[in-house]
Design a protein around this ligand. Sequence first.
Ligand SMILES: Cc1ncc(COP(=O)(O)O)c(C=O)c1O
Length: 356
Amino acid sequence: MGTLFRENIERMAGYTPGEQPSSGASIVKLNTNENPYPPSPKVAEALKNFDPAGLRLYPDPMGSEFRAAASMEHGVDLENVIVGNGSDDILTIATRCFVPEGGKMACPSPSYTLYRTLAAIQGAACVEIPLAADFSLPDDFAEQAEGASLLMLPRPNAPTGTAFAKDAVKRLCARFNGVVLIDEAYVEFADDNCLDLALECGNVVVGRTLSKSHSLAGLRLGYAIASNEIVSGMMKVKDSYNVNAISQRLGAVALGDSEWLAKNIARVRESRAKLISGLLALGFDVPESHANFVLASPPDGDAQRIYMRLRDEGVLVRWFDEERVRNYIRVTVGTANEIDFLLEALTRLVPQGERK
Ligand SMILES: Cc1ncc(COP(=O)(O)O)c(C=O)c1O
């Protein structure tokens, strides 16, 4: 019997998520850009008070409580917000909305590898446009993206941690003849954001998540902000009950605790500075990070060896066997203790003579 699958599904490789070791394992886990600190105590309180009797009913299909919290937080209308089961759900909805089968999506390279998987599932091509040597947008990016109907643009970018210049992004949105999804999964750790573009330009969607700065990766909650027209079109495509009742409730509480959020972001940024200076002292090349992770290349460029040796020492980081980033490890910003542990291990792994 031949394959039961659509040809594109048969041909494609699925997305490879970062490893999630069993919870009992004693491992310093710096591989999937989770936040090392617990979520807001108000979220813990809301979870304790959540009445399981409410789970008898389906959740609100429109996610109105959460959307109201997001619209308050960002000063936009409820109609400008759509909620998703993680921001990955938003990326999936956007792909289904804007990329026809046999059509084209575009994204920078290197960037989040899920984009190419979503294009493959859709039966579309993914045009991966090489970034400049410093991971900035090349001048002819818009020309290279021509013909694509959706451009996925992560800012800050993953896995590089760098942020494209905002004026270049703005020009790109004006020139691109399709929808630009600015994926701001890490934006709270950066110095600025592109929310204004979602409101000013009719073709821009900004994606956000509570997985990173809100320490809620396990909740699976993301959202997007765009024009009423775009949001109402995306609503037609999402699963009817795409966000469960617990996530909607806790997410609304989390968004309301901006004081806690500011502290959480500040401590990650502080630890990021410590991690970067430790890596630089060991001779690593580290592009400027605007996220809660850093990309770092060891002095001899053999990042795969470092990745494997760190693993032996009980530290999980990420290594991508991908052009342009093969010489780097990607390290999530952990607690101060986790960073010390990592830097001590690296001190043993990087020969003294090789340090700059
Ligand atoms: C660039 C980027 N976008 C989106 C996501 C998805 O985040 P989530 O589905 O947890 O909201 C990630 C996760 O690591 C990411 O790196």
